[in-house]
Design a protein around this ligand. Structure first.
Ligand code: TMP
Ligand code: ASP
Length: 255
């Protein structure tokens, strides 16, 4: 890992000071957690794969005009980002019933929703990321009403675009989680898409078999966990066959 000053260490990523003011370097770890870190593990090669997958999706989203914090990928495990002030809200979009929605409302996983649903969770590990509404977000000033308008617009665009993109590679985008940040640039502040988009924070099911190709394999002990991440990367064509072999044989050495 490069010798840089560490700013923050999260469950799956480490942030370092970037080479210029206003930039940060994000290092993708193989560590995985679930249920607010009650379950911990390692998914061999995940950091390398999520770095590529997220890079690809952020570039594609930027191409359709979605502003993001992504600048460029630096190496196998790191990317350069614009420094943003993270809005402490997890924005979850659901197209199909799964996970906590299935549990909360006693609905069968896999039921298609009549329309996409957006849910909000307060980013606070001590409180277990409680579900909140837009009312809480604006009342407590976590985001301003005009920022929420922007977040909803961007979220729906991201969902439409990603649904189509994944459909093209035989994957159903069941649900996913986004985070947004404030970018301060030239005396202006704007909301941009932040964090990563990867099988860590999306539910991705094979269109034919409904096989889970995401972190639910780890959360639910379904086996073949690294293979699911490799499969998503392979279908997106963000990893070459020889790199897949290298990851399989010596995952820790691919730095
Ligand atoms: P949920 O069904 O557990 O609420 O998850 C909804 C989506 O959000 C799913 O794609 C996984 C993602 N997610 C995260 O990225 N981080 C989290 O901490 C949780 C709970 C879910
Ligand atoms: N990343 C989350 C945690 O460990 C949970 C999850 O993704 O399921 O808190």
């Amino acid at each position: 890992m490069a010798r840089r000053r560490q700013i923050y260490e999260g469950k799956a990523k480490v942030l370092f000071e970037g080479p210029e003011p206003g930039t940060v370097v994000c290092y993708f770890k193989d560590d995985a957690t679930a249920f607010n870190a009650k379950k911990k593990g390692t998914i061999e090669g995940k950091g390398v794969l999520n770095n590529r997958i997220s890079e690809y999706l952020m570039i594609k989203l930027a191409e359709i005009g979605v502003p993001t914090h992504f600048v460029r990928r630096l190496n196998m495990r790191e990317q350069l980002l614009k420094e943003v002030e993270i809005i402490p809200v997890e924005v979850v979009v659901r197209n199909v019933v799964a996970g906590s929605l299935a549990q909360r409302l006693g609905m069968a996983e896999g039921t298609a929703l009549p329309r996409s649903i957006i849910e909000y969770f307060y980013k606070n590990d001590e409180l277990n990321d409680p579900m909140i509404t837009e009312e809480h977000i604006t009342a407590f000033n976590w985001a301003h009403p005009h920022e929420m308008d922007e977040i909803v617009q961007l979220t729906l665009r991201v969902n439409d675009f990603l649904c189509g993109l994944f459909l093209g590679i035989g994957i159903r985008l069941i649900d996913f989680k986004l985070e947004f940040g404030r970018l301060y640039e030239n005396d202006q502040v704007r909301v941009v898409l932040a964090d990563e988009i990867s099988p860590d924070n999306c539910r991705l099911w094979d269109i034919e078999t409904n096989e889970k190709l995401d972190k639910d394999r780890f959360r639910r002990d379904l086996g073949n966990v690294p293979e699911a991440y490799v499969e998503v990367a392979r279908r997106l064509k963000v990893i070459r066959d020889n790199e897949i072999e290298a990851l399989k044989n010596r995952p820790r050495l691919v730095e």
